[in-house]
Design a binder for this molecule. Structure first.
Ligand code: ATP
Ligand code: FE2
Length: 329
């Protein structure tokens, strides 16, 4: 039996989770938010530095796990914002030295995918929709292969940028969803699907122009944006399901919290006879539990870095999902 403490710090959220035998004992986090405007990376990193010790102590208290029970510390090595990643690795190295335990460097995107295992999905096609990423992924022969993706912005960043444009702070997703639920009229927007890829930057420009024209309400624009962009995601996911022959769809990443997107996925899956899975919201947006969860799987397969070698470990701000050799499957 192993007990792993996971640290998440790639962007807006500093989180710590503790997992033992696949069970989440604690999952707490603190997220840097703004009233207006987007994330400033150095400010988010400052937030992480200020909050890390407090979150760590709370995680131990809530889980009633003492430091001597922790077998290893896993952390998000990348991809992400460098100043934020640096705070995470600094804290992870500090704990490794203090507790005399190894480190497990984890790819953040793959942690978003692997936590889907708690839904009991066995071999799903994954629709990963988060801030910086939008990808359709399936595991095949040693890697998570990307079948389709955004050609420019991640859907979360797209939504947050539009939110900023209409005066909403970070994160924009939940507030945009609320406004969208009040929209009544569908306004036609560009619909950009290229095979199994999508593109969002033209839609963003079009939305900005429509908002600045003052001819449309915020509610109708948010509603139309969601209906259009989510339909693009559903279309590409459905094409990838047909292509791969997979019988399960797993939704993951922060944008997966959107209940309208969940509803649209469910409908498409029901029509195709495919099972649909989505983890709870606490495991969709960035969190430490998913880092601990994948950390435990890797640690049990002896994938870790011993304390005497950790000085050579560095962050990987641009690491891609399909670069990682999935040696633990
Ligand atoms: P990545 O995983 O690509 O590095 P990230 O870590 O920044 O990105 P997550 O924490 O996984 O992203 O997701 C954050 C995103 O989820 C934000 O863009 C936020 O607006 C979006 N989001 C959260 N809730 C909702 C919602 N209800 N509807 C739409 N988007 C949402
Ligand atoms: Fe994320």
């Amino acid at each position: 039996m192993s007990t792993i403490l996971g640290i998440e710090s790639t962007a807006h959220t500093f989180g710590i989770g503790i997992v033992s035998e696949g069970k989440i004992l604690v999952n707490i986090k603190d997220t840097y938010t703004t009233e207006a405007g987007g994330i400033i990376p150095v400010n988010a990193a400052k937030h992480h530095a200020e909050i890390s010790e407090k979150i760590y102590c709370e995680a131990l208290n809530i889980s009633k796990i003492t430091e001597d029970k922790i077998d290893a510390i896993s952390f998000s090595q990348g991809p992400g914002l460098s100043p934020c990643l640096l705070e995470g690795i600094r804290f992870a190295k500090k704990l490794s030295k203090k507790l005399n335990k190894p480190l497990v460097p984890v790819n953040h995107c793959i942690a978003h995918l692997e936590i889907g295992k708690i839904t009991k999905a066995k071999d799903p096609l994954m629709l990963y929709v988060s801030g910086a990423n939008t990808q359709i992924i399936a595991y095949s022969t040693g890697k998570y292969r990307i079948f389709g993706e955004t050609l420019d912005l991640g859907v979360g960043n797209f939504i947050d940028t539009f939110a900023r444009e209409i005066g909403i702070g970070f994160p924009g997703g939940p507030k945009i969803q609320q406004l969208a639920s009040l929209g009544k009229n569908y306004i036609e927007l560009p619909y950009v699907v290229k095979g199994m890829d999508i593109s969002l930057s033209g839609i963003l420009t079009n939305l900005k122009q429509k908002f600045n024209s003052k001819n449309y309400s915020k509610e109708d624009l948010c509603y139309s944006m969601q209906e259009t962009v989510f339909a693009m995601l559903i279309e590409t996911a459905e094409r990838a399901l047909a292509h791969t022959g997979k019988k399960e769809l797993l939704l993951g990443g922060g944008v997966a919290c959107n209940t309208r997107l969940q509803e649209m996925c469910k409908k498409m899956c029901d029509e195709r006879g495919v099972k649909f899975f989505v983890p709870p919201n606490s495991l969709l947006t960035d969190n430490g539990a998913m880092i601990a969860f994948l950390g435990e799987v890797m640690f049990n397969k002896k994938i870790f870095v011993n304390k005497n070698k950790i000085d050579n470990l560095d962050i990987k701000p641009r690491q891609r999902t399909d670069e990682v050799n999935v040696e633990w499957k």
